[in-house]
Design a protein around this ligand. Structure first.
Ligand code: SF4
Length: 65
């Protein structure tokens, strides 16, 4: 399980994350990324975090409770 955190002060709204994992990330009305879900099992979150040019996405791996 991955917990996803976006530092919106770093986000520049390129949208790479939303392209790679649209079910997890979306661009809001301000053009900044926000998370649709706080946690996911989808490894696409790692790709999205790696693809972010601003390194605004943190992914923390958590053990399922
Ligand atoms: S890839 Fe990074 S900079 Fe681009 S919208 Fe997503 S969080 Fe923001």
């Amino acid at each position: 399980m991955y917990r996803i955190i976006i530092d919106r002060s770093l986000c520049s709204g390129f949208g790479s994350c939303a392209e790679l994992a649209p079910e997890i990330f979306e661009l809001d009305g301000e053009g900044l990324a926000s998370v649709r879900v706080g946690t996911s099992d989808d490894a696409a979150v790692l790709d999205a975090a790696a693809a972010c040019p601003m390194a605004a996405i943190s992914v923390i791996e958590e053990q399922a409770a």
